[in-house]
Design a protein around this ligand. Structure first.
Ligand code: FO1
Length: 349
């Protein structure tokens, strides 16, 4: 039996949108239900969310991953879509389309517009995105109390753009915003190059580096390893902070079997030449250790991928094969518990 982990007072989760939000739901459920070893209702959870999916549409700043986490944990999410508001209407979108105003492909919900209006007004008044997020979360996350904090990875403008083949273009390729690639093109064309505009000159938002340094546990949830967790790690200073933290660092594979459970991790991994497998993603993140740029102490893969364990161990990455389908909050809570146990296995208790 692995030693009982220490008391988990602070957990920091580097999250994208849907996958990370679903994981967080299960983590909070598990902490409240005593299902996470060392954790409790009092455990403080800090979410550092990806902001490279952000997009300006119709003059409004939309932050999909921040909003997906906020709405999901605040119970405002549309459970079917996994993004945007439940009981949504689309009058603004329909009227904009009637004017022939692009992008008509972007799903702008009426209730969601209010969030974007508040955010855009506050940004225009000079508030940084982190203050805007705090203000919006007062409505959505207050019931969760002080135990949950949502931070953008940076207050600077960062946007993921994707280069795709375009035979009509002189150069033979065209660059589209990540949201256009994901929504309008449905990620059905190969992503030749993924460029995260502004990432290299961005700085971590206030509280981000502290949340990593002062955590007992840092989690890389089953979000997209390239355009969600990858971009968070790409904010200058963040990867080093994760590599250096006294916290234990554990990741959960977003790839089960030969592909991602949802989303377009396949296309993104292929664009950076990483094999689409649980083992390859773990090795891509890398084992933490002296002289390594790796960030993980432990890696969870699904039981169906157990054959990949020896190669992971050979790469020096302590790994376990457990059920990784977030079918309900209890299943996800069990994943969180397994992540804690893997993270603290082999340590003096
Ligand atoms: N995803 C879609 O598939 N179609 C949409 O029209 C769409 C609109 C949208 C609006 C606000 C928002 O916060 C998210 C939205 N998403 C939509 C999801 C979004 O593209 C993804 O959540 C992430 O950017 C990728 O994980």
């Amino acid at each position: 039996m692995s030693p009982t982990p220490p008391t988990l007072q602070r957990i920091t989760v580097l999250s994208g949108g849907m996958g990370g939000a679903r994981f967080l739901q299960g983590l909070l459920h598990g902490l409240a239900g005593g299902q996470v070893p060392g954790g409790s209702e009092a455990t403080e959870v800090t979410v550092v969310a990806n902001t490279a999916d952000d997009i300006w549409v119709h003059g409004l700043k939309v932050c999909p991953d921040l909003d997906t986490v906020m709405y999901t944990l605040g119970d405002g999410i549309d459970p079917g879509r996994g993004w945007g508001r439940r009981e949504e209407t689309w009058s603004v979108k329909t009227e904009l389309a009637a004017y022939g105003v692009e992008p008509t492909w972007f799903g702008l919900g009426d209730r969601d517009v209010a969030t974007h209006l508040v955010r855009t007004q506050m940004l225009a008044a000079g508030y940084p995105l982190s203050d805007v997020t705090t203000a919006l979360c007062r409505r959505w996350l207050t019931p969760l109390g002080a135990r949950l904090r949502l931070l953008p990875m940076t207050d600077d403008r960062v946007e993921t753009h994707v280069a795709i083949a375009d035979p009509d273009a002189p150069s033979g390729r065209r660059v589209v915003h990540f949201q256009e690639y994901w929504i309008r093109l449905r990620a059905e064309v190969p992503a030749e190059t993924v460029v995260v505009v502004g990432l290299d000159t961005s700085t971590p938002a206030p509280g981000v580096l502290d949340a990593i340094a002062q955590a007992d546990l840092v989690v890389l949830p089953p979000s997209n390893p390239v355009v969600s967790v990858g971009t968070i790690l790409g904010v200058p200073g963040v990867r080093d902070a994760v590599a250096a933290t006294d916290a234990r660092v554990v990741g959960l594979s977003p790839i089960v079997g030969d592909g991602p459970v949802r989303g377009m991790a396949r296309q993104m991994l292929e664009s950076i030449g990483v094999e689409v497998s649980a083992g390859a993603v773990g090795r891509h993140y890398g084992a933490r250790g002296p002289g390594s740029t790796g960030v993980l102490d432990a890696w969870l893969i699904d039981e169906r991928d157990a054959a990949q364990l020896p190669a992971l161990e050979a790469a020096g990455l302590r790994s376990r094969a457990v059920p990784l389908m977030m079918t309900d909050h209890d299943a996800t809570a069990r994943m969180a518990a397994a992540a804690v146990e893997a993270a603290f296995a082999g340590t003096a208790s």
